[in-house]
Design a binder for this molecule. Structure first.
Ligand code: HEM
Length: 623
């Protein structure tokens, strides 16, 4: 799992003297105080102590390794926004820091990505710089949560957000220039009180103004610091919306209906707050954000999430999956976006909040869609199909094992109690499912046959020495049904867990064993004399099946089991045959990646049957 931190800051080691460049005072500058340490100054005033992680990628990468963070998306520091400056100066300044961000990323060994900044006071200039930056390699933009007196619902800012959606740029909203500063002169209150309120104000403005109704679903926007006080006070907002018409604003739905439209980061520094945030926003909406490497940032990035009581699946979303979707780094992730509710669905019981179980969270769709990792670079178009087809087979193999295990248990109980007809009925019912699944498995090869042999050969070399011989579940099915070939264990030595579960299957009674044990318990199978040869034993078993068919009136349920087992056997042979045809069609008579002679070897497996006695019994039947 790739751990991604979407909220952290950088500061270049140096940049031109902006005060001299523009002839205006009070620009930020960096004062290096001692090796690896510096102060951010604004004009003559001290603003903040910083250290080399702000500008030195080596230090950043070391600390990322320490914190087990794979990727950081860096952004400038709000003090550099320059929204209050003339637009030409702010644009020039944005370009300077945007290029500096990319330069730092270029030394980040592929682990640093960046958000640009834009002169948000001028919509055209902001859109232009966003487009330039996206082309240059930024993955999105960090914006301040207001421009002077204009909130995010300002028409110019909404136009800019529309442009971000059009450009596929992720937007991180960071509070800055906090209101009420004259009442918060001490104790860092602008950061601890002002910032959360600023952020809440921005989210509320976007919702109540109806801006989120007008902006497309494709807009990916995140609010820093857990969305400020928004989640905690959502109930108050919702209550006002329902009871005071004046508090409704212009939005089409109650505020809680918009939670699926934005993300928040995890910078809340408290387990209960994180838990509450996930419950309120939903596990798909919270992402790791650390505020690194500033003093108010998380000391060990990711520790809040890692040490939380959230489930491993939710942790994976917060540390990785949600950020991949937010950053647009994974095309498939779009399908996990909750669609915007349309008015006719207003009465739907589905409200996307409060950690409610969703289609996606129940089925683990994001995790599932994250499991296809092509090896070819650049990715060969057909490798995704190759992976998905094999994964689909493995999923069905899993279901087959699940059902066949149940059939074994049913037949064991039937053997223990010959009057237990329900068990026999249930075994036949589940076997029917197994045959239907196998029928699908036979059919599925046609999808893979849409891949040209040349296209497969383009990436086949990358797969060696992986081979179908190593399909643990396929071998488990064989062993479970009674085809136990100990030699095949050798292909599983590289994976001790697979090796030991196959070994266990070898030792456990097979479906073949329990079926005939049950016939013996019912008195249908005459136990061969001590010292009988295997052919004699085989014949005794075939005669027991023969006896069932001859006594149809009393043995209908068992005959049904026999028919299902026969059909299953038949379909597995069909699977083998279709697999061979596919192999010949795609690689001809080449050797397999597992070292076998390929198709000619596979043809030898066509004679394998799980229940040969069921076939023999047919020969024994007389007219
Ligand atoms: C391009 C498509 C495929 C080719 C060229 C191919 C080729 C082969 C070859 C040559 C073998 C023999 C073992 C070896 O030497 O590697 C084999 C075995 C096997 N393959 Fe495939 N295969 C393909 C697709 C599939 C698919 C879609 C599945 C689905 C699960 C599959 C499952 C298996 C299994 C289970 C075995 C072991 C069979 C046995 O031991 O009886 N193969 N494959």
């Amino acid at each position: 799992m790739q751990v991604i931190d979407i909220h952290n800051h950088f500061f270049p080691h140096s940049w031109p003297d902006l005060a001299a460049r523009y002839g205006t005072p009070n620009w930020p500058w960096i004062k290096h105080t001692e090796t690896g340490k510096a102060d951010i100054m604004v004009g003559d005033n001290f603003f903040r102590h910083i250290y080399s992680a702000c500008w030195d990628p080596e230090v950043r990468l070391q600390e990322m390794d320490r914190d087990r963070v794979d990727t950081q998306v860096i952004s400038a520091t709000p003090v550099l926004f320059a929204y209050e400056r003339p637009v030409d100066q702010a644009l020039d300044c944005a370009r300077l820091f945007n290029d500096a961000a990319l330069e730092l990323c270029s030394r980040g060994k592929g682990r640093l990505k960046s958000f640009c900044q834009v002169p948000l006071q001028d919509t055209d200039a902001a859109c232009e710089e966003l487009s330039r930056s996206m082309k240059a390699g930024h993955v999105g933009v960090q914006i301040g949560n207001h421009v002077g007196g204009k909130n995010l619902d300002d028409s110019g800012i909404v136009t800019f957000l529309q442009h971000c959606a059009d450009e596929g740029a992720a937007v991180l909203v960071h509070p800055w220039a906090m209101f009420g500063r004259d009442r918060m002169p001490k104790y860092m209150m602008p950061w601890t009180v002002g910032m959360p309120a600023e952020t809440q104000l921005s989210v509320v403005a976007l919702i109540l103004s109806g801006a989120l109704d007008r902006l497309p679903d494709s807009l990916r926007i995140c609010f820093a610091h857990g969305g400020g006080s928004f989640a905690f006070l959502l109930g108050r907002l919702e209550n006002a919306w329902h009871h005071h018409p004046v508090a409704r604003g212009d939005c089409e739905h109650p505020p809680s209906n918009y939670l699926h439209r934005f993300y928040v980061d995890s910078a809340v520094f408290d387990q209960r707050s994180l838990q509450f945030l996930v419950e309120t926003m939903g596990a798909d909406r919270v992402m790791l954000g650390s505020d690194y490497p500033f003093p108010l940032g998380e000391e060990r990035t990711g520790s809040l999430i890692r040490q939380s009581k959230l489930s491993p699946e939710v942790k994976a979303k917060l540390l990785s999956g949600n950020a991949l979707r937010f950053l647009g780094l994974r095309a498939e992730a779009k399908s996990t976006e909750t669609p915007k509710p349309s008015p006719e669905f207003n009465s739907s019981p589905i409200t996307p909040h409060a950690g409610q179980l969703t289609y996606s969270s129940y089925l683990k769709v994001p995790e599932l869609l994250d499991l296809q990792r092509p090896q070819s670079a650049p990715t060969h178009h057909d490798e995704l199909l190759f992976i998905i087809v094999h994964q689909t087979y493995e999923l069905w193999f899993k279901e087959l094992l699940h059902d066949l295990d149940a059939v074994v248990a049913n037949l064991q109980r039937a053997g223990a109690d010959p009057d237990a007809h329900d068990e026999v009925y249930e075994a036949a019912r589940l076997l029917r499912r197994c045959t239907e699944i196998t029928r699908v498995l036979v059919e599925q090869f046609t999808i893979l046959e849409t891949m040209l042999p040349t296209h497969f050969l383009a990436f086949r070399g990358l797969l060696e020495p992986a081979s179908g011989f190593q399909s643990e579940q396929f071998r488990e099915i064989e062993f479970l049904c009674g085809l136990k070939d100990e030699k095949m264990l050798r292909y599983h030595r590289p994976t001790p867990e697979a090796y030991s579960s196959l070994k266990r299957r070898l030792e456990e009674p097979s479906l073949h064993d329990v079926f005939f044990d049950a016939l013996q318990a019912m008195g249908k199978l005459t136990v061969p004399a001590e010292g009988a040869t295997e052919p004699e034993r085989f014949e005794a078993r075939a005669r027991a099946v023969h006896a069932l068919y001859k006594d149809e009136r009393h043995c209908r349920d068992w005959i049904d089991v026999c028919e299902r087992l026969t059909e299953f056997d038949e379909l597995v042979v069909s699977w083998r045959l279709r697999h061979i045809q596919l192999v010949e069609r795609i690689i001809g008579i080449r050797m397999g990646t597992g070292g076998s002679a390929g198709a000619s070897y596979l043809k030898l497996t066509l004679g394998k049957k799980f229940f040969p006695e069921l076939w023999e019994a047919r020969t024994l039947l007389t007219e």
